[in-house]
Design a protein around this ligand. Structure first.
Ligand SMILES: Cc1ncc(COP(=O)(O)O)c(C=O)c1O
Length: 398
């Protein structure tokens, strides 16, 4: 079946009075016919739910349908994307191990490995995502986990997933790919050799900025240890959030396709605007990762970034001048959002580390939503005119 159909029809579960929409199983506990039946379920001799920290019908429906979309045997849902990443680390890392992690991952991901797993004797090696020689140099038999996010946020750098998978497997490490920026509708890392895929499900999967959630997909064998950490450590997804995410899956394809098409058009348009010094979106032939993205992605995603003349002042003026677009740091919502990465999402990085990662003071990130592209262009056009007008006036006055 096609992904669009799987997202709507796979693993359907209906049991409340023939309802056509899946019910929300808002329950923490489950009942048993007898003491023996309870014992059978607890020991795993009989199937069924025992407690919603372990399993819940609505959460399971979401896990199964999301796994089908990724072409995975199994899915494990968590309360958030960070809980999912922590769950993978708890399952696969122990004292003395090394994580090789792409340098441009979501800030808290690197923070979790360095600051928390580091406290338990796990070493983290940060590797530039697109530099295969650097990956090769960072990998040895102490590395148990290779973690990358591709494309990266906010500069849309791309890692060669099949090549990095080969290198990871050659030293006996697992490759984990954060696929939050594209979703399974535009990238399937498991088909390219990744062992596990994680997503922050509150981004494209929900797609409407309503809830948090995390998801890990992969084979039964590789997801089992991750599920075991969840059962014990307890960062379980709530049934309400699982239901929102299940419904989100049904429109994922349409939303991602439309938002990324608009993002591609805005990126091409921005490249032609005065005062815009660089635009980052893999749909652009000018982007360093354009060819690699065409090989391993089926779309380019809805996040783009651009640099404006006039540094942080002009970037902030532009952000303050938008009328339609929200000033917010989330991604993957129906509503377009603009942010200044240097002073928000990346503000905790030391200045030299931030600049080395390309997060300059003049960089503006846009998460493109589902508004009409003409309205978004009009909003950006007036904001650019304002910030560049002020920039030119200040330069003339100086
Ligand atoms: C690419 C990426 N991965 C992981 C996360 C963490 O997910 P969550 O916020 O659901 O914990 C985020 C959050 O913004 C993200 O953008």
């Amino acid at each position: 079946m096609h992904p669009q159909t799987l997202a709507i029809r796979s693993n359907q579960y209906f049991d409340v009075a023939d309802s056509h929409c899946e019910p929300i199983a808002m329950t923490s506990a489950y009942t048993y016919e007898s003491a023996a039946a309870a014992a059978a379920r607890f020991t795993g001799r009989a199937p069924g739910n025992v407690y919603s920290r372990f399993t819940n019908p609505t959460v399971q429906a979401f896990e199964a349908r999301a796994a089908a979309l990724d072409g995975a045997e199994s899915g494990v849902a968590f309360a958030s994307g960070m809980a999912a990443i922590t769950g993978i680390g708890m399952a696969y890392l122990k004292q003395g191990d090394v994580v090789a992690c792409s340098r441009d991952v979501f800030g808290s991901t690197l923070g979790a490995f360095r600051n928390y797993f580091g406290g338990f004797g796990v070493e983290t090696r940060a590797v530039p995502l697109s530099n295969l020689a650097a990956w090769q140099a960072a990998l040895d038999e102490r590395v148990k986990l290779v973690f990358l996010e591709s494309p990266s946020n906010p500069l849309l750098d791309v890692g060669d997933i099949p090549r990095i998978a080969q290198m990871a497997h050659a030293v006996g490490a697992l490759l984990v790919v954060d696929n939050t920026l594209l979703s399974p509708m535009q990238q399937r890392p498991l088909r390219m050799g990744a062992d596990l895929v994680i997503q922050s499900a509150g981004k494209h999967i929900d797609g409407q900025g309503r809830c948090l959630g995390g998801l890990v997909t992969g084979s039964q064998e590789k997801t089992r240890p991750v599920r075991d950490t969840l059962r014990t450590l307890g960062a379980s997804l709530s049934p309400m959030a699982a239901w929102l995410l299940l419904k989100g899956l049904e429109t994922l394809d349409l939303r991602v396709e439309r938002a990324s098409r608009t993002a591609s058009r805005l990126a091409a348009w921005l490249e032609r605007q005065p005062g815009v010094q660089a635009v980052y979106h893999t749909s652009l032939p000018s982007h360093a990762a354009h060819q690699l993205a065409l090989r391993q992605q089926t779309g380019h995603g809805s996040v783009l970034s651009f640099r404006v003349a006039g540094g942080q002042e002009a970037a902030w003026q532009l952000i303050d001048a938008v009328r339609l677009i929200s000033i917010a740091t989330n991604i993957g919502d129906t509503r377009s959002m603009v942010t200044h990465p240097a002073s928000t999402t990346h503000c905790r990085l030391a200045t030299d580390e931030r600049l080395r990662a390309g997060i300059t003071d003049d960089l503006v990130r846009l998460s493109v939503g589902l508004e009409h592209e003409d309205d978004l262009m009009e909003d950006l056009e007036q904001a650019l005119a304002l910030c560049q007008g002020q920039y030119v006036e200040e330069r003339l006055a100086a």
